[in-house]
Design a protein around this ligand. Structure first.
Ligand code: UDX
Length: 446
């Protein structure tokens, strides 16, 4: 089949590239000519392991092309996939301006029957609006399909090629076979439903996963007070298949381009029909607070942070991505600066993106984790990049001014910490070591 994918962000680019792998011809479209030129040079505008090799292979073999001409690409395709962004408006609602713009252009371009498939995350009812927007510009027949995307950054290609399920929302049953054919080889687990339910499945899934994270984070906070270990608790809970073991990793909360945006959008969707989604409001609230647990633990160990030197390990919202959107690191670093600390930052790949969003004279940019730790009063691990797991903790302790390690992702085991001399705080697990009451201020460290 011939496909045009509108939007070359995570969802559009990864889906476009993956659809070439089961025999389709794909044009990835973006109105940003610079992105298109980059892609034609086989450079990916997003960081995603494996994507550039696939772009190169498919470009060479002629199954993939890039274009800034939406209308021409639509005319040359059987199926048009909408994968443009739906960022948050200030009130939390999804901003549909890119969807609306693309829908109008698709309508203007049409010269015959098309299937329009929406992969962007859109509020319930949006696909019906898309239908009216296209119909306002054309008399040619077309069908609308809602096919929400569930890929995760960092494992986007695997998630697309081997998803747990594919959700297809349609109102023309004749399309079912075409949709199965389009996803041939990805999975046989195709769930066909109506359009509105498909739209809701995406929001409900993300909201549920966010709920699991905030739930385990609150359990972690209680574990600290009652002397239990949240990693043991999560393991024990996860053995119940009704609960499942995934997304029960306690930490500093979720970030990224999806969970924060989609939870707020679902609260708005509910609010628009006079329903207060209290549970989800609490999930969001808990998540906002969880990151500041890092600051409380620093206070517990160091007292005042004025004049303290704090090493930060990890700025991306999670490992294997350079994405810092809604990363908890941002507010943590800002709080440290506000309290008068000098902050030494390290991230394997996200530092440039972070720096573009936030910089300050009190920040020191480091090229190695050891450099960020050297001379610090405390090191805070905020993203569980694998490079941190292999750090020599004895050497780390020797290089620091005060030996405090705050592990926001529960990366290290008790055995790794024992004997290092580090005062170790993690999330929902017993504290180890005993530096307390030290104040950088009190001893005149600046
Ligand atoms: C998420 C959804 O998983 C995906 O299905 C959807 O399409 C987009 O949003 P992504 O944002 O790429 O994907 O990352 P994910 O791996 O889900 O992690 C999201 C956040 O939750 C990260 O900040 C991560 O650190 C945090 N998280 C995840 C936890 O704190 N604990 C966990 O147990 C799992």
């Amino acid at each position: 089949m011939k496909l045009a994918v509108i939007g070359t962000g995570y969802v559009g680019l990864v889906s476009g590239v993956c659809f070439t792998l089961n025999g389709n011809h794909v044009i990835c479209v973006d109105k940003d000519q610079e992105k298109i030129s980059k892609l034609n040079r086989m450079e990916s505008p997003i960081y995603e392991p494996g994507i550039e090799a696939l772009i190169e292979m498919n470009l060479r073999e002629g199954r993939l092309s890039f274009s800034a001409d939406l209308q021409d690409s639509v005319r040359r395709s059987d199926i048009v996939i909408l994968a443009v962004g739906t960022p948050s408006l200030p009130n939390g609602e999804a901003d549909l301006r890119y969807i609306e713009g693309a829908a109008a252009e698709i309508g203007q371009a049409m010269e015959g029957y098309k299937i329009i498939m929406t992969k962007s995350t859109v509020p319930v009812g949006t696909n019906e609006k898309i239908r009216s927007m296209i119909a306002a510009h054309t008399n040619h027949p077309f069908d609308i399909v809602s096919a929400p995307e569930f890929l995760r950054e960092g494992s986007a290609i695997q998630d697309t090629l081997h998803p747990d399920r594919i959700i297809i929302g349609l109102d023309n049953p004749a399309l079912e076979d075409t949709m199965r054919e389009l996803h041939k080889g990805f999975t046989d687990n195709v769930f066909v439903t109506d359009i509105r339910s498909a739209e809701m499945i995406k929001y409900a899934s993300n909201a549920f996963l966010a709920t699991k994270i905030s739930f385990i984070n609150e359990i972690a906070n209680i574990c600290e007070k009652v002397g239990a270990d949240v990693t043991e608790v999560a393991q024990g809970m996860g053995m119940d298949r009704r609960i499942g073991s995934s997304f029960l990793q306690a930490g500093i909360g979720y970030g990224g381009s999806c969970f924060p945006k989609d939870t707020n959008a679902l609260i708005q969707i509910a609010g628009n029909v006079d329903y207060e989604f209290k549970l989800l409001e609490s999930v969001v609230e808990v998540n906002k607070g969880q990151r500041f647990m890092i600051i409380s633990k620093l206070h517990e160990s160091l007292g005042s942070l004025r004049g303290a030197v704090i090493g930060i390990w990890g700025l991306a919202f999670k490992p294997n991505t350079d994405d810092v959107r809604e990363a908890p690191a941002r507010e943590i670093v800002e709080a440290l600066v506000a309290e008068g600390a000098t902050v030494k930052l390290y991230d394997p790949i996200a530092a440039d993106n972070f720096r573009q969003q936030y910089d300050h004279p009190n920040l020191r940019w480091c090229g190695l984790p050891e450099e960020a730790a050297a001379g610090s009063d405390a090191v805070c691990l905020l993203t569980d990049w694998s490079v941190f797991k292999d750090i020599n903790l004895h050497k780390l302790a020797e290089s620091m001014r005060r030996q405090v390690l705050i592990d926001g992702r529960n990366v290290y085991s008790k055995e790794q910490i024992e004997g290092t001399g580090l005062t170790y705080h993690s999330v929902g697990r017993p504290q180890m070591g005993g530096l307390s009451g030290y104040s950088a201020d009190a001893v005149g460290v600046v």
